[in-house]
Design a protein around this ligand. Structure first.
Ligand SMILES: [Zn+2]
Length: 359
């Protein structure tokens, strides 16, 4: 196109190439370790355990966190000794030490990701751009990705597995978070075999972010019975999440991924702004109520009007804060985002450039 350009009062016609601006993108990546832990992995792990308590190199970690790490690591170690923690209980390598086994799960993850997109489209009447799923057979064991936990003082979020996986993805040329995350509007979401029962999310300046979800790929084989654990699914879980209250169901997997992505979009927990009255109705509080057999993929909750799944309108009766230091600014955290106090989750999402009008 030709556009008049004015420079110091002189007007000229200048050919301007209009580059298509890449849309803000949500990039899902499904990663799976390719081998079981070996003696070298375990020796590295043991060295961390042995040196954690008193080593001056770790003095930068607050003592309370060191204690938490120590107990967490001890838990991992217990499982590791029985070859139970980082690898499936049924004795198979994670998740079946072949590209074809990973591809089979990847197709289920791909379907899950599409439903995550549908959840947000339903509740916002907008579209988000989901890049095609990346599927990566990692080079190492799950334990290998966990162990850098203590070795990286620059690891600001102190999450070992996310950082070490990101490092490998970057080295191997896969799409991965920008080393300077504030310069990117892409949100990266990892679905991590070997990630355990852990999930977390970050939001960055310019509407970028990252989310990471542990072992949910084992839970996706029966979307036709989404509230029921598929036979044998739990058996594949690492030992520490063999608890009765966490279920390996399709619905819980969906709710967990929607929840974490919600954080990267800028949504805090309702309890952060004392919104307990809506808690059971909102995925940011009660992700276990996700349900692919209900409208909007969320179980109906009596008495909350349209505020199901995502809060569509601020409800002062149900959400009125009793402490003015609480509110949506708590947890929003980045300067580019508008002050969101007393605004609904829907309004916050619609301010996010990831959400575009349907054409
Ligand atoms: Zn959360």
């Amino acid at each position: 196109m030709v556009r008049p350009l004015t420079v110091s009062g002189v007007t000229a016609n200048v050919a301007v190439t209009v580059l298509a601006t890449p849309p803000p993108t949500v990039q899902f990546t499904y990663v799976s370790p390719s081998r079981r832990s070996n003696a070298a992995d375990q020796a590295r792990y043991q060295a961390i355990l042995d040196s954690l308590a008193n080593d001056a190199r770790f003095s930068w970690i607050p003592a309370v966190d060191r204690q938490a790490y120590a107990s967490e690591l001890a838990l991992y170690q217990t499982g590791m000794r029985t070859q139970a923690y980082f690898e499936p209980q049924d004795g198979t390598p994670y998740p079946g030490n072949s590209q074809s086994a990973i591809d089979e799960r990847a197709s289920q993850v791909r379907e899950l990701v599409a439903r995550v997109g549908e959840f947000y489209s339903y509740h916002t009447q907008r579209s988000i751009y989901l890049a095609p799923l990346q599927v990566v057979r990692l080079e190492q064991s799950a334990l290998h990705y966990w162990t850098p936990m203590i070795w990286s003082p620059t690891n600001v979020d102190r999450n070992p597995i996310v950082n070490s996986i990101t490092t490998e993805l970057r080295r191997r040329g896969y799409k991965s978070p920008n080393p300077n995350p504030t310069r990117s509007d892409t949100i990266h979401v990892y679905i991590m075999d070997g990630g355990g029962g852990w999930a977390g999310a970050w939001m960055w300046e310019n509407f970028g972010g990252q989310a990471a979800i542990g072992d949910v790929s084992a839970c996706l084989s029966r979307p036709d019975i989404p509230g029921v654990e598929p036979a044998g699914a739990r058996a594949r879980w690492p030992g520490h999440i063999q608890t009765s209250w966490v279920t390996c169901t399709y619905n819980l997997a969906l709710g967990t991924v929607v929840h974490e992505l919600g954080h990267s979009f800028g949504l805090p927990h309702p309890v952060d702004f004392q919104c307990a009255g809506l808690g059971e109705a909102l995925v940011m509080q009660s992700h276990w109520n996700a349900d692919i057999q209900s409208p909007g993929f969320f179980k109906p909750i009596a008495g909350v009007g349209t505020n199901i799944g995502i809060m569509k309108q601020w409800d002062a009766g149900l959400c009125k804060p009793t402490d003015l230091t609480k509110g949506y600014p708590v947890g929003i955290g980045t300067p580019s985002r508008p002050n969101a106090r007393y605004r609904s989750e829907l309004e916050i999402l619609l301010d996010n450039p990831h959400f575009r009008r349907n054409p």
